[in-house]
Design a protein around this ligand. Structure first.
Ligand code: GAP
Length: 476
């Protein structure tokens, strides 16, 4: 496994991710995405949206504003309760954050030295809305996307004619003035979240109509000392996970990662301790991942109950109840599960899983073809032959209609394969002199270097089937 420094350097060297404004020395907790990084990030978001919105009938999406009426954050409790305690080590001066209950006992996480509190901070970034200072309003950059789902909840439900149970999904930027941004893109100050608020009738908490896509995983509940491997369905049966809704969403998230090539051995689920839960949550399960710097939170799945809608009803004095047709009365739904995670952490997982070094010391980025920034590279065998170039460019133009593909004629063919392996391009098409007489070309598979000949007219269709995992490379 690569270290986090190796991944950081690799991402910069290959044009995935750079320190933001690096020519001025960067800014802690802010990162810019290069061409390959933005393609990868877009692909992760598109796959998440496809899985959670397009492929379901009960979830619709929104795109809320980053800056909204500041009363939203008073109502949600973020102004009062969204706080961290900053501490500094008296010995090595390392800064980090601790929870309230840890403050008395905590030691420096780096050198075990004595720590000193630097006070309680609210990590919300503030700004002024309106250009003339006397008339301007103090506002916040949203620290989570979720609240925009709650404030728009009733409109969305009416417009999309949603019936309980249903979910509202959102992908978007959030900002947190973290005390100690670190570990590359793991903890950043400008992040992007992918969140779902899943609403149910509160009297039907035990009635989850969906089948659990079962999966075996290490589980650590707040009553267990060590994680234990078991099937999610077993954990539900043994009352370790209390609600089927939580078991369902945990397995759905795990299966999403698995379907995109992640190794489930590197994941576990952990229940929050009582004192660890956010101010709005009655139960939270985290999906954790074994990052190069240890087991850390990847995704939270919180039971927010009716907390948020009740708060917004109270503060806005608007009725947010909706008609429950089965009960034939108006009710305030509850959020039984809030699967929420950062695009940056997902990207780090996929990058960490994909980054491999072969026997010759070459990097091969084994990203799922669905996520790969470049799907295919078109390589004419030599660049001096007009007919080869013409055929190669025709294929390139054709594939460009569907994906981000590249055309590369510079350097030896081996060098061009290696360049593509390193950035994760799953397939390469080589046009040689036989292609001109036989109307076929070579397709090369990144992960094992195997090659096959296929008719030029079938290339686009074959690649689509490979990307969608409808056929294996061996069976082309
Ligand atoms: N709406 C619920 C919510 O925001 P959270 O546990 O504070 O809950 C959810 O955040 C997820 O957002 C985390 O599991 C993590 O994936 C991501 N996240 C939170 N803070 C982050 C940060 N500073 N940098 C990167 N990702 C972060």
């Amino acid at each position: 496994m690569a270290t986090i420094e190796e991944l950081t350097n690799f991402c910069k060297r290959k044009g995935f991710i750079y320190p933001s404004g690096e020519i001025y020395g960067g800014l802690a907790g802010f990162w810019d995405y290069g061409h390959l990084g933005s393609e990868l990030k877009n692909n992760i978001k598109a796959q998440w949206w496809k899985h959670h919105v397009h492929k379901r009938e009960d979830i619709v999406g929104i795109d809320g504003a980053i800056i909204t009426n500041p009363k939203v954050w008073e109502a949600s409790g973020h102004v009062e309760n969204f706080t961290d305690i900053a501490v500094i080590c008296t010995k090595c001066k390392h800064k980090f954050k601790v929870d309230k209950q840890e403050l008395e006992k905590a030691k420096c996480e780096k050198c075990n030295g004595k720590i000193e509190s630097k006070g309680v901070f609210n990590p919300m970034f503030t700004t002024q809305v309106g250009p003339i200072q006397d008339d301007s309003t103090l506002a916040y950059l949203r620290p989570e996307t979720a609240q925009l789902i709650f404030t728009n909840f009733k409109l969305v439900q009416e417009n999309a004619r949603l019936k309980l149970p249903f979910g509202i999904a959102q992908i978007g930027k959030a900002f947190r003035n973290e005390i100690a941004p670190r570990n590359f893109i793991f903890r950043v100050r400008e992040l992007e979240q992918m969140e779902i608020e899943y609403f149910i009738d509160p009297t039907k908490k035990s009635e989850c109509p969906y089948e659990i896509e079962d999966i075996e995983i290490k589980i650590l509940s707040n009553k267990m000392k060590e994680p234990k491997k078991m099937k999610i369905s077993q954990a539900l049966k043994n009352n370790i996970i209390k609600l089927k809704w939580h078991a369902y969403w945990l397995s759905s998230s795990l299966n999403w990662f698995k379907s995109l090539g992640a190794n489930i051995e590197n994941f576990r689920i952990r229940q929050h301790l009582k004192e660890e839960k956010s101010h709005y949550s009655t139960d939270t399960w985290d999906l954790e991942y074994n990052f190069p710097f240890g087991w850390k939170e990847l995704q939270g799945i919180a039971d927010r109950g009716t907390y948020d809608l009740e708060q917004h009803e109270k503060h806005s004095k608007k009725d947010l109840k909706i008609m429950d047709e089965q009960l034939d009365k108006k009710i305030l739904p509850m959020v039984v599960a809030e699967p929420s995670f950062g695009v940056e952490r997902a990207l780090l997982v996929f990058m960490n899983e994909a980054h491999t070094i072969d026997k010759k010391g070459n990097t091969i980025l084994k990203l799922s073809p669905k996520l790969a920034p470049v799907k295919v590279s078109i390589l004419p065998l030599i660049k001096k032959d007009k007919n080869l170039i013409k055929t190669a460019r025709e294929i390139f133009k054709n594939l460009q209609e569907e994906w981000n593909v590249t055309y590369d004629e510079s350097g030896s063919i081996g060098r061009r394969y290696a360049r593509n392996d390193e950035i994760g391009t799953p397939y390469a098409i080589t046009i040689d002199f036989d292609s001109l007489t036989n109307s076929d070309a070579t397709i090369r598979n990144r992960d094992d270097g195997k090659q096959k000949r296929i008719p030029i007219k079938n290339i686009r269709d074959t690649i689509r089937k490979l990307i969608n995992q409808e056929i294996e490379f061996e069976n082309i």
